[in-house]
Design a protein around this ligand. Structure first.
Ligand code: ZN
Length: 171
């Protein structure tokens, strides 16, 4: 049986998703190693990686230093333009309202994310900003790519934090 064109396309796209999400996971591991909540992001434009970043909220003591926001700033600086039209943002965890907002302002075309975030995710979890019809920029969302790896990284990080709490020292 010959696979249809659509099936071939779908296959090619999902392979690409996996390749870039693995790189975003590498960034998330860098965050974990630095004692930051492990979230990593990669920005792709015309098939090339133009930014890679991880959460740096603790290091910078900056509440906006999320991986996605840092990646968007790096990408705009790299291109010399705030318009990231046609670009794709890969991030290991569902973006929050701030990061989705920034991606929309930057005209990012697609966000591919790993784990869902029931506490702050703004791509379907606590709200769904990309589906907001009143916004004039359409943002394509692909969620759950390598979801388990991203979630395990986050859970492992928080488990490690709990074990360090003095309350648990005598367990
Ligand atoms: Zn965010």
């Amino acid at each position: 049986m010959v696979a249809s064109q659509a099936e071939i396309m779908k296959h090619a796209i999902s392979e690409e998703y996996l390749i870039f999400m693995r790189l975003a996971l590498d960034e998330a591991r860098l965050a974990a190693a630095a004692g930051e909540v492990p979230v990593g992001a990669i920005l792709i434009a015309e098939g090339a990686i133009i930014a890679r970043a991880h959460n740096q909220r603790e290091a910078l003591q900056d509440p906006t230093a999320h991986a996605e926001l840092i990646a968007i700033r790096q990408a705009a600086s790299h291109l010399g333009s705030w318009r990231l039209t046609g670009s794709a943002l890969y991030v290991t965890m569902e973006p929050c309202a701030m990061c989705v907002g920034a991606a929309i302002l930057a005209r990012v075309e697609r966000i591919v994310f790993g784990a869902w975030d029931a506490k702050a995710g703004a791509c379907g979890s606590i709200m769904n900003i990309p589906e907001e019809r009143r916004l004039n920029h359409r943002l394509e969302i692909v969620g759950g790519v390598l979801e388990e790896e991203s979630r395990e990284l986050l859970q492992g990080f928080f488990q490690g934090l709990r074990e360090k709490l003095p309350l648990n020292a005598n367990r």
